[in-house]
Design a protein around this ligand. Structure first.
Ligand SMILES: [Ca+2]
Length: 151
């Protein structure tokens, strides 16, 4: 199934106010946002969980998203825990890479990430980004604060 063909029927379209060019021709900029679910799997190893604020950036064949901060009312990203977020991002096309990291805030900020699963809700298509080799943040004085993970 072609992912790109399905976007138009599932996307939310936002229309900005019309812009007027010097020659008085008006045009509209259409920003298409797409809904994904992001499943974040924190590793089940000692000290894996974090209380820092976590963000996600998705890179696809049509571009990259803004940073999306992942938060809800739960204590997220605890050891062995899976957290699910619904995110609305610009249409990046088919994902091939993500950047996921945190702001190193709060004492227990070190984080050991197992994997990220992005699910395109409309066609139940999923992409799994695996990362389970190291910590980021305030552990062993790691200065790395994000993972860049390819499919
Ligand atoms: Ca936490």
């Amino acid at each position: 199934m072609n992912l790109l063909l399905d976007l138009s029927s599932s996307a939310t379209k936002h229309y900005q106010m019309p812009q007027v060019l010097p020659n008085h021709h008006a045009f509209y900029i259409v920003i298409v946002e797409v809904t994904w679910y992001a499943w974040i799997y924190t590793s089940d190893v000692r000290g894996a969980g974090t209380d820092a604020n976590v963000y996600l950036v998705v890179y696809g064949n049509k571009g990259k998203s803004d940073e999306v901060w992942l938060d809800n009312e739960s204590n997220n990203f605890e050891t062995g825990q899976t957290d699910n977020f619904k995110i609305e991002i610009t249409d990046v096309g088919r994902p091939y890479k993500i950047r996921i990291g945190h702001d190193n805030k709060n004492p227990a900020s070190a984080w050991h990430l197992n994997k990220v699963c992005l699910v395109f809700w409309f066609v139940s298509r999923s992409y799994i980004f695996r990362q389970h080799t190291k910590y980021i943040g305030r552990k062993l004085n790691s200065i790395q604060l994000c993972f860049i993970i390819f499919l």
